[in-house]
Write a protein that binds this ligand. Structure first.
Ligand code: AMP
Ligand code: GLY
Length: 422
């Protein structure tokens, strides 16, 4: 099987490494990739938001399967273009990708499927902002305001704060820039990211993971695209895991089938485990980054065959996934000033170590690896348990040099110490 992966992050680097282990995968290509991916795949440059360009590349490399990593091409319908060209594609079409691309669509699907989620309200004019903030701040038990940019914002358009003035200023700024604002009720409880491979109705769940969204230790500072992740979650009871699949993911998949836009690809549920049970924070229409780096490090089933089965509607025959025992911890090394205005062009030393996945990296003319994006590398450690996986990740990280680079030192720490409770 020849596989073309679309994207350039550590998620795509992890996908390539896992695909390379599948005995049925004999050729890998990537576009656009990063400075780490030429070691595993033939690298090509295309505009990944253009269906025509992706199809032309898929034909050129004779791809049997195209795997689309990021949300933007999916929301724009690139998977539809690939399928229309007669090539199997892992990733939902434009219609089903609205589960991530349109918060209003996602809320509507959840309401129809009877899935618990935060209550929400769209504010589209500064004149309505104060009254709306009051409604959310005053509802029972509300610990914080949740203010979101109602467009794709890679997790960075969200402010969660107990401070009304901070909430107001973020919302006012978005409105001033012409972006509608989504206010949500606050969902309390530890967060879970659950990836399910879906082909219409069949749902195959992966290991649950947890992501660290805030930039600083102890969940301080602004939200980012994700500063680290671990899997599995020793604190998540098996019955809650089953409820998430049976009472949230399967009903949502069935609802999308019923609406005539079956979801084919990776349905990512971002959940909070509240005192009333799991509730959905958001759905994404693709693998999450950095959770993928941890989850795939533990996958034993052949990834190419799994994704091809999903892309061709044969997932029901695939069966349950097989996992390695133990745990995986991913720590993101970010550029100076990430997430606001990351400084780029710094030389990265040590990025060829085992367990290092590239993200925002490029190779300079003189051969040096330099930072080219806010999240520069993902460092993955595995071990018999979370404590040893953490140790492995941080040991590798200590051998890498990036001027101004920063990372969280507490990824998976609370879980390793048994301090996460539901
Ligand atoms: P999103 O981009 O919607 O995933 O939001 C980014 C992060 O903000 C989430 O991973 C949560 O940590 C937090 N968040 C978003 N919505 C809520 C909510 N309704 N209640 C509590 N936390 C939230
Ligand atoms: N880890 C968060 C995301 O991929 O959206």
């Amino acid at each position: 099987m020849r596989v073309l992966v679309i994207g350039s992050g550590a998620r795509e680097h992890a996908l390539l490494l896992a695909l390379a282990k599948d005995p049925q995968v004999d050729a890998l290509a990537i576009a656009p990739g990063n400075a780490g991916t030429p070691a595993v795949a033939d690298q090509h440059q295309v505009d990944i938001t253009s269906g025509d360009e992706v199809v032309a590349l898929a034909r050129k490399v004779n791809a049997d399967l195209v795997v689309i990593g990021p949300e933007v091409p999916l929301v724009l319908g690139v998977a539809d273009a690939v399928r229309d060209a007669g090539i199997a594609c892992f990733g939902p079409g434009k219609d089903a990708a609205r589960i991530e691309g349109s918060k209003a669509f996602a809320k509507d699907v959840m309401a129809a499927a009877g899935v618990r989620t935060a209550s929400s309200e769209i504010v589209d004019s500064p004149a309505h902002l104060d009254a709306a903030l009051d409604r959310f701040g005053q509802s029972a038990g509300e610990a914080a305001w949740v203010v979101k940019d109602d467009r794709l914002a890679a997790g960075k358009g969200v402010v969660v704060t107990p401070d009304r003035a901070v909430a107001r200023s973020h919302a006012a700024g978005l409105l001033e820039a012409g972006h509608p604002v989504l206010l949500e009720s606050y969902l309390d409880g530890p967060e879970v990211s659950l990836f399910c491979v879906v082909d219409g109705k069949t749902v195959v769940p992966m290991l649950a993971a947890q992501d660290f969204k805030r930039v600083g230790d102890g969940d301080t500072g602004p939200n980012t695209g994700g500063m680290g992740a671990y899997a599995p979650l020793p604190w998540l009871p098996a019955d809650i895991y089953r409820d998430i699949v049976g009472q949230i993911v399967e009903p949502v998949a069935a609802e999308l089938v019923q609406r005539g836009c079956p979801f084919s690809g990776l349905l990512y549920s971002g959940l909070a485990i509240t005192s009333n049970g799991p509730a959905v924070i958001e759905f994404n229409c693709r693998f999450g980054d950095p959770e993928t780096q941890s989850v795939l490090a533990l996958l034993e089933s052949p990834l190419g065959q799994l994704l091809h089965a999903a892309a061709t509607g044969r997932l029901a025959d695939f069966g349950e996934l097989q996992w390695r025992d133990g745990a995986a911890v991913t720590v993101v090394l970010a550029a100076e000033n990430y997430p606001s205005r990351p400084r780029l062009g710094d030389v990265v030393v040590g990025a060829d170590a085992d367990g290092v996945l590239h993200a925002g990296t490029a190779r300079r003319d003189d051969g040096a690896i330099v930072s080219s994006g806010g999240r520069v590398l993902s460092v993955v450690g595995t071990g018999a348990d979370l404590a040893s996986a953490r140790e492995a990740a941080y040991r590798t990280l200590s051998s890498i040099r990036l001027p101004g680079g920063h990372f969280r030192s507490d990824i998976a720490q609370a879980a390793a110490e048994g301090k996460v409770r539901v």
